[in-house]
Ligand binder design. Sequence first.
Ligand SMILES: C[S@@+](CC[C@H](N)C(=O)[O-])C[C@H]1O[C@@H](n2cnc3c(N)ncnc32)[C@H](O)[C@@H]1O
Length: 394
Amino acid sequence: MRVDCGAPRTMSEVLELFVACLPGLERLVADEGRALGAEVLDPQVGAGGVAMRGDLRTMLALNLGLACASHVLLRIAKFRARHFGELERKAMQVPWGDWLRTDVPVAVRATARRSRLHHTVGLAERVAAAIAAVSGASLEVEGEPVTVLVRMEDDLCTLSIDSSGRPLHERGWRLETAKAPLREDLAAALVRASGWDGRIPFVDPMCGSGTLAIEAAAFARGLAPGRARGFAGERLAGVAAAGVAELRAAAAARARASAGTSIHASDRDAGAVEITQRNAARAGVAADLVVEHAALSAASGLRSGEPRGVVVCNPPFGQRLGSPAALAALWQTLGAKVAALGPGWTLAVLAADRRAALRCGLPLRSAFLADHGGIKVRGLVATATATAAPDESH
Ligand SMILES: C[S@@+](CC[C@H](N)C(=O)[O-])C[C@H]1O[C@@H](n2cnc3c(N)ncnc32)[C@H](O)[C@@H]1O
């Protein structure tokens, strides 16, 4: 059987990519991929990623510009393998040297499902041996390696290179966290699901480490999510450092100098507020944020006289509040505060307990349901409507 290798010989050759994300975020990732110039192939919700096509430059642009994704995988070969001899022979036909440099360490990881070859250590060893023999790449992991992924499913072997390296939600600026921090990709997903266009006020009255407000500021300014970190793809053969630098410079040149609207972040925990300020400074958006130490009931962002705006937050999931009654009261206060802002305002929340969230009294609709390490979390969005007066105890 032919070994189907998608290895390019030119910068413009079309590559098969798989952009991995938290299951549930596929549509948002597909929209982002299109905006970054990739050809997006029919996203399947729950698949844990989206197949895309694009050239090497697009692959790098995705790594730099995707906010809601985890990894950009470069599919380099696909073939049937029913025994180790077949795997070894076909893995030796892959032109590894087109991709892997001899001065960059390589790691190999394998997964297997419903396949005769199911011993993942053996799979990784065979492919690693082929890589070493064909490209001369070093498999001794010292320093940050480029990872080759071997996926066996129904006797079909897919070989990919992880062009991201560390997961993309690790932006490089969140060096400190308060309690229960939200992953940056989920925060970015909620900001997008809120429908916020970056031109009307944004408020997070329970900001914790500031993730939502910082992602919002970056979105409003058009700052690339990956601006403060590197990618494994920058260390592949055929990727010139000058080309990557040019891509980064072009992205930076497109960014706006300031957000152009107010972005409020507040929390009742003084430590969280300080962490938000420091994270915002590291992210280069401190000047875009108003950060305040205040309880929900006193947050100045929720007393805006503006006719339109968004309130985007993830209230505590419950356990820490002590009682279901306290959780219900918190959601009621949040709903009443947003309703009081007027019908031009939108509430977007991330919640693990939809019933608790509905205590806010606003007609929340589900924007996405994501699987976050086994916990189902829902992005819920509502437009403000009149409701009961706020309970000022929160
Ligand atoms: C789940 S955490 C938010 C995490 C945050 N999105 C992040 O990424 O770090 C919930 C936050 O709500 C805050 N909080 C809880 N009750 C509050 C209240 N009544 N007023 C203001 N903040 C409150 C907590 O201090 C905590 O920082």
